[in-house]
Write a protein that binds this ligand. Structure first.
Ligand code: CMX
Length: 472
């Protein structure tokens, strides 16, 4: 069935949720046999053979088709624009933004089950979509929520390992250390040591991934509620709550709006196709058959960089420095001066620009919608709105910035800050929790499809010079 000509179609789809698949392409859905599986693993078990056949066919029929030319600029430019990875769970269009298995963020907000009528999507629903290409029913999502809660227990040594770090260790260091400590329970590693057959890799990977996804919010909440921010007052998991809601309440927030924000936040940060630093790192490390804990910890280390996930921390700190220096009622001219001052001191304006996107990030836009609905008069939100007007023309004037528009990180901090999560240094941990859903979903498919060890060719400057002179 061809699909996607307007959001009006989507309301009809709600009633058919669970019966559609968008596995066959980024913007096309095909009708699939309706499934009554409440269990995600059984659903995957059914899908994997057909996708393995699909990959074999692509290799056989199109293996020698050229996808483009590699230029020296691409090699020197961090492989920008070089198509070189298979990533099934999402696809990024430079102008339109991310689609999760073919669905844009507004479409996900329409069709994925919510905790409250008309509310934000439940991240478990997005996980189901990422893994299967199907929009789950509410019953399927509820079953997955329950499974994740069951898998969320944390061995005591994980907390002790985090506690062994200095209290001042960055929250991302604490979080990543916690994930590494969880690794000792890896089912994949144990199965590999016992000599598991490669056709079964995905099953052990699935076990690790679901447990990891379930556990990371608990570890993250431990980091937040620890000595650095909340004097070690830990809040346990609530057995009646969904994944995003539970995460918010474990962090210490129980207002319905904050629970909704967390559901939206976790949903939109999950996945951004395969080439970004965290996703690519997780996939690369996983390609060596490192288990999901090792792979995801590696991904987190990439996310902790200021040009990537740490930018959400940087944005709030930067906005607060503007307010400290110039006050909340800063004029447009003063704000322009502050942006120029940042640029002239050799820094980037955090929250603006992107390696692939060339328009405003839809992850920014949906957070803006949330703010307009819930906190239109918040002074920091108004500052973010002002920056939306002021920064793009200045970055354009610089002449070298390919995308002057705001990205996901330009907005998240002020929303969290409004609801009382004011500790900016913790923000990238939230991003990391959400990323577990995307990176783990792809890791399961990496194993199911038998994707190989990643090993691109590198060259030296001397090699490039010789090669180019020969060709000239
Ligand atoms: N402020 C100042 N300069 C910027 C800029 C910004 N927001 N965005 C890009 N530029 C500069 C680059 O630093 C680069 O300068 P040099 O040639 O002097 O090195 C030039 O413009 C060209 O860069 P580009 O091709 O437009 O962008 P890249 O793909 O190299 O980098 C990104 C993308 C995101 C790292 C960059 O836009 C940036 O540093 N933004 C600020 C940090 C940020 O918000 N990161 C979060 C991204 C989203 C995420 O991953 O979470």
């Amino acid at each position: 069935m061809s699909f996607f000509r307007g959001l009006s179609t989507l309301s009809k789809l709600r009633s058919r949720a669970g019966q559609q698949s968008c596995l066959s392409g980024s913007v096309r859905w095909i009708q699939m046999q309706s499934s009554s599986n409440l269990d995600l693993r059984s659903e995957l078990q059914e899908l994997i053979p057909e996708q393995q056949e699909r990959l074999k066919k692509i290799k056989k029929e199109y293996g020698k088709v050229q996808l483009g030319n590699i230029t020296v600029d691409m090699v020197l430019g961090g492989m920008r624009g070089m198509t070189g990875l298979l990533w099934e769970t999402s696809l990024l269009d430079p102008d339109e933004g991310i689609r999760f298995r073919g669905l844009s963020i507004p479409e996900c907000q329409k069709v994925l089950p919510a905790a409250i009528p008309g509310g934000e999507p439940l991240p478990e629903g997005l996980l189901w979509l990422l893994l299967t290409g199907k929009v789950p029913s509410k019953e399927q999502v509820d079953a997955l929520s329950a499974e994740l809660r069951q898998r969320a227990s944390i061995p005591e040594h994980v907390y002790k390992t985090i506690d062994a770090l200095p209290v001042t260790a960055h929250p991302m260091t604490q979080f990543c250390t916690g994930v590494m400590a969880l690794q000792v329970q890896s089912e994949f590693q144990k199965a590999y040591e016992k000599g598991i057959h490669k056709s079964k890799y995905w099953e052990a990977t699935y076990e690790d991934c679901l447990s990891l996804i379930a556990q990371v919010p608990v570890v993250a909440a431990y980091v937040y509620r620890g000595l650095m921010f909340k004097n070690g007052q830990i809040i346990p998991l609530d057995d009646s709550l969904d994944y995003g809601g539970n995460f918010a309440q474990m962090l210490g927030f129980d207002s319905p709006e904050m629970l909704e924000l967390m559901r939206l936040y976790v949903t939109i940060h999950t996945d951004h196709e395969g080439g970004n630093v965290s996703a690519h790192t997780g996939h690369l490390v996983g390609s060596a058959l490192s288990d999901p804990y090792l792979s995801f910890a590696a991904a987190l280390n990439g996310l902790a960089g200021p040009l990537h996930g740490l930018a959400n921390q940087e944005v709030l700190l930067w906005i607060k420095s503007v307010v400290d220096e110039c006050g909340e009622n800063i004029s447009t001219e003063q704000l322009k001066d502050y942006v120029w001052k940042t640029l002239n001191s050799g820094k980037v304006v955090p929250g603006f620009g992107h390696g692939v996107l060339r328009k405003t990030d839809p992850r920014y836009s949906c957070q803006r919608e949330f703010a307009l609905k819930h906190l239109p008069n918040d002074p920091l939100f108004q500052m973010v709105s002002k920056l939306y007007e002021v920064v793009p023309p200045i970055l354009t004037e610089l002449g070298k910035v390919k995308n002057p528009w705001p990205n996901v990180d330009a907005h998240s901090g002020v929303l969290l800050n409004y609801y009382g999560l004011t500790e900016a240094r913790f923000y990238t941990v939230l991003f990391g929790v959400s990323r577990s859903l995307g990176i783990c979903s792809q890791l399961i498919w990496d194993r199911a499809l038998g994707l190989p060890l990643e090993r691109p060719k590198s060259v030296t400057m001397e090699w490039l010079e010789k090669f180019c002179k020969k060709g000239a």
